[in-house]
Write a protein that binds this ligand. Structure first.
Ligand code: PBG
Length: 315
């Protein structure tokens, strides 16, 4: 009688990538998650594939010397992400590779867009750069680009750029309903990408708004998005359900860094059972209507699913 099901094939494992070799850095706010270099990423991705995870998503850790106002490192075809994509495609061609399109890991000010004279975000100028960034990723072998910047009109622009260069087979997963959330705090620590002035509320959504999410999703769908995403996850299950009812597109949810950190912090205090809490979160996403889940807890969930299947866990 169980309605929702969760398997490895529902999960997208998310990684933070470092330059160099054999490098591993722990992340204090995210126990069990590390920043890793490309050689180690390949080992992890092989395991993911073996466990049945169909896709991984990558975020770059960019050193401070490489960041500038315009985020120009985002367009470097020899940058960390293009290098990682080429290596992964060679080693594990069947694994679906997803990469963010946004400038914040690369900008000195931490914003997702280019900045004007009055510290305003330059929406349309940013779209031009995002189109170029998507093309660099496509040329490096990405399967799915995931614009996470929330500029208006970027989906249509990126689609046009990709199609114009014969990359019509590269899909767009739009971070369509992305809220200006306190739960991204660990992410910004991991990437040293905290904003140096202002906040992201002029482009990310107000947590008070629900209808606006439906509008954002409808616009991105019209512009040519192949898949939509709601982010963060647990505090926005109502949005996930409403978007599910509005669209026929595949729908993703992102269980973000802060959601991972909250469960781990409580678990480390002995206040709740980590495995059960992660399982419950992920099955809740499926119940609410998600087709797939971007998560830092993919391996933990899979290990627990195995326990359930084997009868070790009396569920
Ligand atoms: C960048 C981006 C962010 C996240 C994904 N892409 C942070 C932000 O918008 O500030 C957050 C992911 C997470 O916290 O897990 N645009």
């Amino acid at each position: 009688m169980q309605e929702a099901r969760l398997t490895a094939r529902d999960l997208v494992a998310v990684y933070f990538i470092l330059d160099g070799e054999k490098r591993r850095e722990a992340i204090a706010s995210m126990p069990g998650v590390e920043r890793i270099s490309i050689d180690l990423l390949i080992e992890e991705a092989k395991k993911d594939y073996k466990y049945g995870i169909p896709a991984i998503a990558l975020f770059p850790v960019i050193s401070i010397e490489k960041k500038d106002e315009a985020g120009s490192e985002a367009l470097n075809p020899e940058g960390i992400i293009p290098k990682a994509l080429r290596a992964l495609k060679k080693e594990i061609p069947q694994l679906c590779l997803i990469s963010d399109v946004a400038l914040d890991p690369f900008t000195s000010h931490g914003h997702d867009g280019l900045i004007g004279d009055n510290e305003e975000i330059l929406n349309d100028a940013t779209n031009e750069v995002l189109g170029k960034m998507a093309l660099v990723l496509a040329q490096a072998g990405v399967d799915v680009v995931a614009p996470s910047d929330m500029m208006d009109g970027r989906i249509g622009h990126i689609r046009k750029v990709l199609d114009g260069k014969n990359f019509s087979h590269v899909s767009i997963l739009s971070y369509a309903a992305k809220y200006a959330s306190a739960l991204y705090a660990p992410f910004r620590m991991v990437l040293s990408s905290g904003v140096k002035f202002g906040n992201k509320k002029t482009y990310q959504m107000d947590p008070a708004n629900g209808r606006e999410a439906l509008l954002e999703c409808a616009l991105d769908e019209q512009e040519g998005a192949d898949m939509l995403m709601v982010k963060p996850g647990l505090l926005y299950l109502d949005i996930l359900r409403r978007v599910r009812e509005q669209t026929q597109l595949p729908l993703a949810v992102f269980m973000v860094t802060g959601e991972y950190s909250m469960i781990m912090a409580a678990a480390q205090n002995g206040w709740l059972d980590e495995k059960k809490a992660f399982y419950e979160a992920h099955i809740a996403f499926k119940r609410a209507g998600a087709d797939f889940i971007l998560t830092y807890a993919a391996r933990k969930v899979i290990a627990y699913l195995k326990e359930i299947e084997s009868g070790l866990e009396n569920f």
